[in-house]
Design a protein around this ligand. Sequence first.
Ligand SMILES: Nc1ncnc2c1ncn2[C@@H]1O[C@H](COP(=O)(O)OP(=O)(O)OP(=O)(O)O)[C@@H](O)[C@H]1O
Ligand SMILES: [Mg+2]
Length: 280
Amino acid sequence: MIDIRDTTFYYNMPQDDEEDAGRKPALSHISLTIAAGEFVAFLGRNGSGKSSLSRLLNGIELPTEGTVSVEGHVTSDKAALSAVRRIVQIVFQNPENQQVGITVGEDIAFGLSNIGWPQHDIANRVAWAINLVGLDADEDRPVSNLSGGEKQKLALAAVLALAPRCLILDEATSMLDPVARRQFVATLHEVRKQYPFTLIYITHHLEEVTDADRWLLFRAGKVVASGTPNVLAQDTRLLEDCGLELPYYWKLAGLLRESGISVPSDMNELELRELLCKSS
Ligand SMILES: Nc1ncnc2c1ncn2[C@@H]1O[C@H](COP(=O)(O)OP(=O)(O)OP(=O)(O)O)[C@@H](O)[C@H]1O
Ligand SMILES: [Mg+2]
């Protein structure tokens, strides 16, 4: 479990002089818990604090005030940091910033060596990770030859090889085209069926997180709402306030309901299309 207690975070602490008096924290008085195995989406407009909170969760940054603890390890305790970084892994927006190996195999093996994975088992683990994410590339393939979608799958394979118990994807699909994006999200859900790790998914695309357990809405460094997608999706003013737009088929379902047509709240895009086809 992740526990965030009254956490405030400044990239640069304000000094007592006048110039700094108006400096705003990136995160302000955040308190929340994330349960083991939960799928939580961090949502909000640019600069609202989503990435900053994810950095606090794996100890890249430490809270200025308050505490962040991961499975009981408090991130500001230096002795606990390596455990925290082992438990919480992040995949960022640009896969190229995370790739360190010349070949696919080297890239995955690098992280494993770093955490002291038994040397004799590294080759097995590399093959396992490639297979797990369905990356259609052998270990000797140069990373530079992969497509954008394949590079992102490699980044996912490299972190999953490390057996994280919490995975944060920070706009990991934003550089992919729609087809590669759908494939990546489908791969992720397939993997979670086998290894139900905690998933924190940061995105500007609500359609990628309609099946999340919970949405957390960020605004100006604060978490202003926490709830299931179905409940928060009703509050269009709140979503607008947080710079979020519902997927078109959710809006359509809302309009149909307003005109008296019964549309179940958990209906997905395909089911809604079928309903419309049947009734036309
Ligand atoms: N490295 C940094 N140094 C100083 N300030 C930063 C740094 N990174 C982010 N900030 C500031 O912290 C605040 C929160 O930014 P953050 O990157 O967490 O937002 P975000 O919700 O992830 O936005 P986006 O959707 O654009 O990725 C913003 O005011 C931002 O300008
Ligand atoms: Mg961000």
